[in-house]
Design a protein around this ligand. Sequence first.
Ligand code: GTP
Ligand code: MG
Length: 353
Amino acid sequence: MKFIDEAKIFIQAGHGGRGCVSFRREKFVPRGGPNGGDGGKGGDITFYASHNLATLLDFRYRPRHSAPNGAKGEGNNRTGRSGEDVEIGIPVGTVIIEAESQTILADLTRDGQRFIAARGGIGGKGNAHFTSSTNRAPHFAQDGMPGEERWIILELKLLADVGIIGRPNVGKSTFISRVSAARPKIADYPFTTLVPNLGVVSYGQNQGFVIADIPGLITGAHTGAGMGVQFLKHVERTSILLHILDISGEDYQGAWDLYESINRELGLFNTTLMNKPQIVAINKTDLPVTRERMKKDVDIFREKGIEVLTFSAVTGEGLDEILGRITKQLERTTRTQEEQRGEGKPDDEKGNP
Ligand SMILES: Nc1nc2c(ncn2[C@@H]2O[C@H](COP(=O)(O)OP(=O)(O)OP(=O)(O)O)[C@@H](O)[C@H]2O)c(=O)[nH]1
Ligand SMILES: [Mg+2]
């Protein structure tokens, strides 16, 4: 299945039906009163988030969606039938943006969450509404109101706890395949991963967490080099980043260099990404060249106050420690978020007098 994370579509809700002009006709009643019913309401266009959907691909094939109009009112005070609402499924994590103003209308982050994106017009009133002391037989009725219409942009941003970043070929996909059931393509060339992959990791007694593996980044990615930075939006919502380094390459100039060049790209894309806590880890410790170089690299990072983990996604060495570290960091982040919201501890434990 092709992964599409952006789509521009046009939505048109149904128009309200016209009200009816009609008069009662009964035997022996020469001039009956007005009995024209109201028009029916036009159908709404509603989006709902579903865990069963993973891509916005369908919208590329079908960029226009409209809901039916309400039916005209009828005689005998009968209201016209309402146009049926149209319900459109989108993947959980999709942001709905109004194209013209670029305002975010909704962000559907929970399964089943709904948003009415275009409201159907209400039906016009029939002539039965318009009798007055001076006009007992009104010959007019209202038109229905037009349904709302607008261009909107759907933008899918995956929901994961941890985002893996790094240059191509460092072993991001190998890592996720070792710690979760995700089975992305792995190969000995850059840009093997072309779309993000999600993996669910169960670790310890906790409920586990979700990891996102995205295509590799290179210097100049923010200007479109390589796969560009478009996929970074999928790690925007993660709590932490796992930054994987590979120091076994021939063009190796020290791990700090590699680390900084990726962080620069992050910052140029979006500064909030740069401020996310990062767990830094050097992969491929099974290779002699990596083992040879890593001690110095680890020391350089330590001098700058950053602790670097080392692991081998192939042999599994060091993986457990990484998962433990991620779990701890996630707990810490959750706690901070709760504290910021003033949840968690009761008042008397907060150190208040
Ligand atoms: N020796 C060794 N090779 C590894 C290790 N982890 C990954 N590799 C190899 O490195 C190459 C790249 O691995 P991937 O997992 O595809 O790398 P990636 O970071 O996902 O690459 P892109 O998707 O292109 O960004 C593959 O040939 C892997 O077999 C490791 O721990 N040791
Ligand atoms: Mg990959």
